[in-house]
Each structure stands twice: as C-alpha cells, then as structure tokens.
Design a protein around this ligand. Sequence first.
Ligand code: 5GP
Length: 187
Amino acid sequence: MTPAPARVLIDGDELRTGVARLGAELSAAYPRGMVLVAVLKGSVCFLADLVRFVTVPCEVDFLAISSYAEGTGRVRIVKDLDTDISDRDVVLVEDIVDTGLTLTYILGELERRGPRSLEVCALLDKTARRIVPTPLRFVGFPIEDEFVLGYGLDYAERYRNLDQVVAGDLAALRAEPDAHVEELFSR
Ligand code: 5GP
C-alpha cells in the first residue's frame, strides 16, 4: 500500500509562535505561578517548549496513562504525580484532545485531589470528533479531523521527533507503521 504523502499542517515556526502565545496566556492568567501537569509521552515536546515561554514560577509534573482498549476512553494511571496538588493552581498540558474521553477521565482523577483550580492547555484541538464536551481554557491550534504525527505525537512510537505537525495516512500506517519514515526522515 503506497501511503498518501504526509502533509505539513503546522511547521516549526508556527508551532513556536503558538506555544509562545500559550506561554504568555498562562503567565498572565497565573501571576503567582502554577503546576503544569503533562501527560506522557505525547506532551513532552510541547511541555519542554511551553515552560520556556512561561515567565512566572511554575512547577512541572508528569502523569502516564494506558488505555484498556482503543476508543473506549477507559484508561488507568500507570505513573502518578509526585506532587500533592491539593489547593494548588493546576494546568493539565495535553498534546491533543480528540473525543475528550481521556481528558475527562484525567480531569476527574485530578479534581478528586482538591486543586484550587484546574484548567487545560491543549496544543491541538480536534473539535469535530468531540464526544464529551470538554472546556479547554488554553488552545494552541484547532485542527480538522485528521490523524496527526510529530512534535511528540506518534504512531507506534515513531515520528515523535519531527519538528512539525503533519497529517498522516492512518490506513497506510495501520498496514505499515513505518509508512511515512522514508519521506519524513532523511536516512
Ligand atoms: P481522546 O481520548 O481525546 O479521544 O484521545 C486522546 C489521545 O488519543 C491523545 O492524547 C493521543 O494520545 C491520541 N490521539 C488522538 N488523536 C490523535 C492523532 O491525530 N494523532 C496521534 N498521534 N494521536 C492521537
């Protein structure tokens, strides 16, 4: 199966501009600082860039989750926070919000811990696919219903290290996870 060529949706410069804007928005919203909670692994590039545009004190912590079955939204925490977030201003940093099921689960978990406030900062927002209404206070880029790769986002652990967000051919990737490797990486 020959994959449709990957299309660049957001290049590196656009990513930097968008992430800088989000850093400024966070800094303005939380003058006394906040705890940024990032979801591994997809949010790592985003978080690493975002913190350098935050100009108020901020702490960083990580959560890792694993899905029981694709599309069910049933997830469990496989790496929990080290930080006690009770009475703290917390911002959940997500790579992409699609159906909203994962986010809803994580927000429920964090809310039970009694943060002073809890908001979401998402790099990419695929609104068309939303099943659960999810308030996203900070959004980098709304995108269409496409399968995206790069800047932390993977398919079968590939493509995370692209400095851009591209739309991939999901059918071709399902058949061959390396389908876009040749065109996207010079070897
Ligand atoms: P949701 O629960 O909102 O449907 O899905 C959230 C998770 O699905 C994201 O954190 C991400 O791991 C994965 N995901 C959703 N859409 C995409 C996409 O277009 N590309 C990639 N690589 N992962 C996605």
